[in-house]
Design a protein around this ligand. Sequence first.
Ligand code: ATP
Ligand code: MG
Length: 229
Amino acid sequence: TAAPAPAAVAFNNVSFRYSQQAQPALDRVSLTLNAGERVALLGRTGCGKSTLLQLLTRAWDPQSGEITLAGRPLAQYSEDALRASMSVVPQRVHLFSATLRDNLLLAAPDASDARLADTLRQVGLDKLLEDSGLNSWLGEGGRQLSGGELRRLAIARALLHDAPMMLLDEPTEGLDAETEQQILALLDKVTANKTVLMITHRLRGLADFNQIVVMDNGQIIESGNHDEL
Ligand code: ATP
Ligand code: MG
């Protein structure tokens, strides 16, 4: 079945506090991501960026305020419907102690070997197909991946999942400038026609985003396009 069409997402006065914390991680956040828009989310470490992204996936629910997708509260969607509507490239990529195939299939259980191999080529991970191909063992007891390879693997998973919305948490964190360029160019290509929310520390390339949102201390302190800010 075709992936659902891109839909608008809205945070309406959303506050969220982790149970052990005294201060809220998100404090009355209001933000709209229009369908098909590319939004960059910036701010100092610990300001709440990853938390905002995780609330969208319903890893947690806000204590007050509401998040909507296509005008309906997230809670009204089934877990499957929500999963089908967004692909996530998390800040910390998890590698399973399993075959390369199984590390990819968790994003798209029905994908054929040919599609897995194609996707690996698309993200520049063809090297992993040498030796035992998709049967190569990764993680504990097998091949470990470099930071850049792990990022590419996460992007491959997101591509296989193929949802209309792509949530990226620092997709180039810790990478050298050349690898960063390659990954950003790749993302540019594969996110055409998708709604994109990208958390980034990097100030170059922001002109390509429709909306730039700056957070501090759990709040949105600035937003606008490149020319306005
Ligand atoms: P960074 O740029 O370093 O990734 P961030 O902007 O993504 O930072 P968050 O990870 O959203 O920040 O964290 C916001 C606040 O919530 C921080 O004070 C952090 O310590 C706290 N926090 C994050 N995750 C948890 C958690 N699982 N349990 C408790 N507190 C958390
Ligand atoms: Mg973070």
